[in-house]
Design a protein around this ligand. Structure first.
Ligand code: GEM
Ligand code: ZN
Length: 375
C-alpha cells in the first residue's frame, strides 16, 4: 500500500501508511504561505478492505470551521466523483472508505487539471466567436490566457468573467466551462442574444501556477491574488496586473469573479454595497441580476452569504469591489460551496463539477436580464 500526490494539483504529505485502518497524512501549505486546505492524492491498496485515512492538524487550516459537515470526494476513473464518509474530530479529518478498486483518487473538490484548462481554451477557439489572447506569463512561466467571445463594438456592452483566483476553488473553472459551452452554442437563444448585445472577456483560470502546485489560495510565491487589486505588480501578482491592465483597455460594464466557499453550504453572491461610489443605479442592477438568477435556477439563493459591507467599508483590494469601484459597474463575487447546496441537497455527490457547469450555464440568463440596463 502507498500514497502518491506528485501530479497536477496533487497535495498530501504521508506521515505513515503501514496499516489500511490507520493511514496518517497532512496537507502541505501553499508555498511561502500559511494557507492550506486543498488536498488531492492517489491511494494504491487492496480493494474491499476498510481504509481509514486521518489527515492530521486540519484545525489549523485556512477555514477550520469548514470541516464540519464536509464530505471528501473520491474517484476511480478521475471523471466520476462521489462523496465518501468523512468526519472532523476537532483536530483531524477522518476519511473512512472501502475502495471497490485497487487504486482511488481523493480530493477536497473535483480537480480541474491544467491539461483540461488547455483543452478548454482550444475547444473554445474552434468557435468563430472566440479569439485567444495571451496577456503575459505567470511567475512559473505559464500563459495568462483570456478568451474574447464576440465582436467588440461601440454599441456592445463589455462583460468580464474571471475565475479561480484561489486555485483550490476548482469549481470556479467548472462554472466557466459550463458558461462557455452555452455561450458558444449557436442554437441557444440566450447565447445568440447576448453576443448581439455584448462582448465577453473570460479568464477561465486566474491562477494556473497555484492550480498546478496544489495550492488553496495563493500564487507561486504565496500571494493571495484577491487582495492584490488595488496595487498589483508584475513582481508579486502578474496574474492580476496583466488582467487589470486589459480591463483598463476594454472598459468594464459588468464583471463576475468566480470563487468557491469552504464553509457556507449555498450558492451566493457578494456585491459592492460597501464601495464609496455605490449608487442606486448599481443597487438596482444588483437586485435585477439576483432576481433573474433566482428565476433561472433553484441552486441560487439570497438568504445565506457573507455579511453585507457597511457603506464605504469595502475592501478595495478585493477583485469585485475594486472593479466595481474603478469602472462604476455591476460587479459580483460569485461563491459556490465545497460541501453541498443545502437548498437542493444531493448526498451522493454534494456540490459537484456537473452542478458547477450547470450553474455557469444558468447564470447567462441573469446576464441577459441586465445587459441592456448596464449603462
Ligand atoms: C472572498 S471575497 C472577500 C469578501 N467579500 C465580500 N464582499 N465580503 C475572499 O477573497 O476572501 C472570496 C473567496 O475567498 O472565495
Ligand atoms: Zn475564493
Amino acid at each position: 500500500m502507498f500514497i502518491s500526490s506528485h501530479f497536477d494539483s496533487g497535495n498530501i504529505e504521508v506521515i505513515s501508511a503501514q496499516q489500511a485502518d490507520d493511514i496518517r497524512l497532512r496537507i502541505r501549505k501553499d508555498n511561502q504561505s500559511e494557507f492550506f486546505q486543498w488536498f488531492h492524492f492517489k491511494l494504491y491498496s487492496e480493494a474491499d478492505v476498510a481504509h481509514r485515512m486521518v489527515i492530521e492538524g486540519v484545525d489549523k487550516a485556512a477555514y477550520p470551521d469548514a470541516w464540519e459537515g464536509y464530505q471528501a470526494m473520491a474517484s476511480y476513473d478521475r471523471e466520476h466523483w462521489f462523496r465518501v464518509d468523512t468526519c472532523f474530530d476537532g483536530k483531524n479529518l477522518i476519511i473512512d472508505h472501502v475502495p471497490e478498486q485497487e487504486t482511488v483518487f481523493y480530493a477536497y473538490f473535483v480537480p480541474y487539471s491544467y491539461e483540461r484548462h488547455l483543452d478548454l481554451l482550444q475547444a473554445a477557439q474552434q468557435s468563430s466567436w472566440v479569439e485567444q489572447q495571451v496577456l503575459g506569463q505567470t511567475l512559473d512561466g505559464r500563459d495568462m490566457t483570456l478568451l474574447q467571445v464576440g465582436e467588440p463594438g461601440a454599441d456592445k456592452k463589455v462583460v468580464w468573467i474571471t475565475a479561480r483566483q484561489h486555485p483550490g476553488e476548482s469549481m470556479a473553472e467548472w462554472y466557466v466551462e459550463g458558461m462557455l459551452k452555452r455561450l458558444l452554442d449557436d442554437d441557444d437563444g440566450v447565447a445568440r442574444l447576448l453576443l448581439d448585445k455584448a462582448v465577453f472577456y473570460i479568464v477561465p483560470n486566474m491562477n494556473p501556477d497555484g492550480s498546478v502546485r496544489g495550492h488553496l489560495r495563493t500564487n507561486a510565491k504565496g500571494v493571495n491574488l484577491n487582495r492584490e487589486w488595488q496595487s498589483p505588480s508584475m513582481e508579486n501578482s502578474p496574474e492580476v496586473y496583466l488582467v487589470r491592465e486589459r480591463m483598463l483597455q476594454t472598459g468594464v460594464d459588468m464583471h463576475l469573479d468566480i470563487h468557491g466557499d469552504e464553509a457556507i453550504p449555498y450558492n451566493f453572491v457578494a456585491g459592492c454595497e460597501g464601495n464609496p461610489s455605490y449608487s442606486e443605479r448599481i443597487e438596482g442592477l444588483e437586485e435585477a441580476f439576483k432576481q433573474a438568477l433566482l428565476h433561472a435556477t433553484p441552486e441560487f439563493q439570497v438568504e445565506h452569504g457573507y455579511p453585507r459591507d457597511e457603506p464605504g467599508q469595502a475592501n478595495l483590494t478585493v477583485c469585485s469591489a475594486n472593479v466595481g469601484e474603478t469602472f462604476d459597474c455591476l460587479a459580483f463575487t460569485v461563491e459556490m460551496p465545497f460541501k453541498d447546496n443545502d437548498g437542493v441537497a444531493n448526498p451522493l455527490t454534494g456540490w459537484s463539477d456537473i452542478r458547477s457547469q450547470q450553474f455557469g450555464h444558468d447564470s447567462l440568463a441573469a446576464v441577459l436580464a441586465v445587459v441592456d440596463k448596464l449603462r
